[in-house]
Design a protein around this ligand. Structure first.
Ligand code: THU
Length: 133
């Protein structure tokens, strides 16, 4: 059964609302549709030792790998900020590892989809696995 965009957004918002972000008060959710069509979700999880917190994208990527998939067809990222989410530098590199030129990165506020970008838009002239062959 293929899910609709509004069903993806519903799950994404739920993930964001479940984020554990008592220190920054900045909740983020991420939802990946991988190459098999499977859905993998994550949220940011902070802790009292601030730098040890984890990003939503990182959680969703871990869930994808645990689930046996390797390619991101689309990743939705949502924050409850009106301007919407944008991935941090580290997460741009994490997304890049499992993406290709077709991958869609969709940035959302809690109310709407803001824009959809490519990895090249987010991380131009990037370093990736092909440099290590
Ligand atoms: N955060 C994410 O989850 N993803 C990003 O790409 C940007 C930042 C989280 C980390 C931290 O818990 C909070 O947002 C504020 O930086």
């Amino acid at each position: 059964m293929t899910m609709t965009t509004s069903e993806h957004i519903f799950l994404l918002k739920d993930a964001m609302q479940n984020a554990y972000a008592p220190y920054s008060n900045y909740k983020v959710g991420a939802l990946i549709i991988s190459e098999t069509g499977a859905i993998h979700i994550g949220c940011n999880v902070e802790n009292a030792s601030y730098p040890q917190g984890g990003c939503a994208e990182s959680g969703a990527i871990s869930a994808m790998i645990v689930g046996g998939d390797k390619r991101i067809k689309q990743i939705y990222i949502m924050s409850d900020d009106d301007d919407g989410a944008t991935p941090c530098g580290g997460c741009r590199q994490r997304i890049r590892e499992f993406s290709d030129s077709e991958t869609l990165i969709t940035l959302c506020s809690s109310e709407e989809i803001i824009e959809t970008l490519s990895v090249e838009d987010l991380l131009p002239k990037s370093f990736g696995p092909e440099y290590l062959k």
